[in-house]
Design a binder for this molecule. Structure first.
Ligand SMILES: [Zn+2]
Length: 175
């Protein structure tokens, strides 16, 4: 780590492969709990939602996931999840109204018993709606009880690790 880097919080727990040349992801434990509980609500159809938080450039850059927003209007079928235009416009209206300080930093959806990967359609969504280098995707398989993050790395979307922040911690910005 460069001497000028903001140190990773001591209580942040690295999970999986964290690439030095990608934007590190910090995920609050209570958000992870919310996402996993939501993902288990339907084991036959895909569910999805949005990850809210911020992209910060203090000394080093990082993305912080502070909230989860279930996309209840998404049209769900057995093996695909469609974010309609209504989903998008409602999302932005709701987020702007309720969480004016938060940005949409990524999206989440489930793959019931299908495993952890991004399908061609998932890649399409990432490339068209989450194209910023700090915008991430999260896939949860609620049947196999696994999840994975994906992020941009050198123009590609790759699976990656993250830092888990313990539940008691407030936003990184105030630390
Ligand atoms: Zn998918």
């Amino acid at each position: 780590m460069e001497p000028t880097s903001k140190p990773v919080p001591l209580d942040a727990k690295p999970i999986g492969s964290i690439y030095a040349d990608s934007v590190p992801i910090f995920l609050h434990e209570q958000v992870l709990d919310e996402v996993l509980a939501y993902s288990e609500q339907d084991l036959r159809r895909e569910l999805g939602g949005f990850l809210l938080g911020g992209y910060h450039r203090d000394v080093r850059t990082y993305v912080e996931i502070r909230r989860f927003w279930p996309a209840v209007d998404a049209t769900s079928r057995a093996a695909s999840l469609t974010f309609t235009h209504d989903t998008w416009s409602k999302l932005h209206r709701d987020v702007e109204r309720q969480f004016p300080d938060e940005m949409v930093v990524g999206w989440q959806h489930t793959h019931p018993n299908m495993g952890l990967f991004l399908s061609g359609y998932d890649l399409f969504i990432q490339q068209h709606f989450f194209r910023q280098p700090w915008q991430v995707a999260m896939v949860v398989d609620p049947c196999r009880r696994e999840f994975e993050f994906f992020q941009w790395r050198g123009g590609e979307i790759v699976d990656c690790g993250f830092y888990l922040l313990p539940a008691a911690r407030s936003s990184l910005r105030s630390s």
